[in-house]
Ligand binder design. Structure first.
Ligand SMILES: NC(=O)c1ccc[n+]([C@@H]2O[C@H](COP(=O)([O-])OP(=O)(O)OC[C@H]3O[C@@H](n4cnc5c(N)ncnc54)[C@H](O)[C@@H]3O)[C@@H](O)[C@H]2O)c1
Length: 371
């Protein structure tokens, strides 16, 4: 199947990789992106094939949307444009709500003005919507309160269950785990899901929501200090610095390689939803931050990571997901093991450093219009 796809935020990490994938099989791809300086500073060129139409525009700005929809009437829209700084969203809530929430309603209003109903809307949502997620103590499943500052100061790392019995986190699964966002970024991502679902239902079209775990790999921003523990560890380990691991090292995440995420999005586009769906996308393998640090340090022959007992308010203790529903519904399967993906990321960071020293390549931002 092919057709025309508009990718918002398509100059970013995930969007540009998806655009490259789509053109290889004949999709007509347009990208709407504001080329946000927090993401696109530095020397990382915007890596889009010449056949991709790059339309610089701001998703919060109605005239930009109207111009985009005059230039293309996509059969599918993949909505990726977002402010993604979890910690930053606490002090810049309006900016996050404006881009993530109002940017989504502007998309919907512009479709209404253009009287255009795409065959499918695809949203990259986030595992952040689950907050601390569901935990189990004995046979009892519960949703813990966010960990308080006092609790973290006391070094009580696991969320507390009823009766303070030992508890273990469960893999999140959209079909059974309640979303309970505990930070502003997460709340805006959940709002995006609800807004798109309401519009899709009313217009008799379909929505695919993919809740992504921690995505890493070549192409991720190396200059945006607000995202990406993997890129941060990789940068520090390459400089032979020892990695600081927070809490007791046993924060759990699911690190999923960029190519696996692109294949999941691609599968969602190729096999449009027959009814709206919400799926979790990860590697399916939980990893502690200490294990991640050990692997990165090992590959770079950097000093042993140190578990420092520091913490960040608002971090969740565990995030991992069940990927069987996505495997079944998308006929998709993650292929990249963590070590292999980390090696590929580290090679790419080295290539970037070499490129920077050889030549200063900049992609000049363009005004709204065809490329
Ligand atoms: N990377 C991850 O680990 C991860 C995990 C879960 C969910 N997601 C979601 O995936 C999507 C893409 O993430 P990413 O990692 O590629 O981020 P990214 O920051 O690399 O890309 C986002 C793109 O959106 C653009 N953008 C920002 N504000 C905009 C605006 N007002 N108008 C138009 N474009 C704008 C930026 O210029 C950037 O190119 C986001 O919606 C994010 O919430 C990412």
């Amino acid at each position: 199947m092919s057709g025309s796809v508009l990718v918002t935020g398509g100059a970013g990490f995930i969007g540009s990789a998806l655009a490259r994938r789509l053109v290889t099989v004949g999709y007509e791809v347009a990208v709407m992106d504001v080329l946000h300086p927090q993401v696109h500073t530095g020397h990382q060129a915007i890596d889009l094939p010449p056949s991709v139409r790059l339309l610089t525009g701001d998703v919060t700005h109605a005239p930009d949307w109207d111009a985009v929809l005059r230039l293309c009437r996509p059969s599918q829209i993949v909505h990726l444009a977002a402010e993604t700084g979890t910690a930053q969203s606490l002090s810049e809530a309006t900016r996050h709500a404006s881009v993530n929430v109002v940017g989504t309603t502007q998309l919907l209003d512009s479709l209404s003005r253009a009287a255009h109903v795409p065959d499918q809307l695809v949203l990259a949502s986030s595992r952040a919507v689950y907050g601390e997620g569901a935990w189990q103590s004995g046979s009892h499943i519960f949703y813990p309160q966010p960990r308080s500052h006092a609790q973290l100061v006391a070094g009580i790392w696991d969320p507390q269950g009823p009766g303070h019995d030992a508890a273990a986190p469960l893999s999140s699964c959209a079909g059974r785990t309640e979303p309970r966002p505990i930070n502003i970024y997460a709340a805006t991502k959940l709002a995006q899901e609800h807004l798109l679902a309401a519009w899709a239902t009313a217009h008799d079209t379909n929505l695919s929501v993919l809740r992504l775990q921690n995505v890493y790999g070549p192409g991720q921003s190396l200059t945006n200090s607000y995202t990406g523990i993997v890129a941060l560890f990789a940068r520090l380990a390459r400089e032979q610095r020892s990695l600081e691991v927070y809490e007791d090292g046993r924060i759990v995440r699911d690190f999923v390689y960029i190519d696996d995420v692109v294949e999941a999005l691609f599968a969602a586009i190729e096999r449009p939803a027959v009814q709206s769906r919400c799926l979790d996308i990860g590697s399916g393998t939980p990893t502690t931050i200490h294990e991640l640090a050990l692997q990165v340090a090992g590959i770079c022959a950097a000093p042993e990571p140190i578990v420092v007992g520091k913490f960040r308010d608002g971090d969740v203790r565990a995030a991992m997901c069940a990927i069987e529903p996505a495997k079944n519904q998308l006929a998709w399967c993650p292929r990249w093991a963590l070590e292999e993906g980390l090696r590929r990321l580290l090679d790419w960071i080295s290539e970037q450093a070499e490129l920077r020293s050889a030549t200063a390549e900049h992609a000049a931002p363009m005004k709204l219009g065809p490329r």
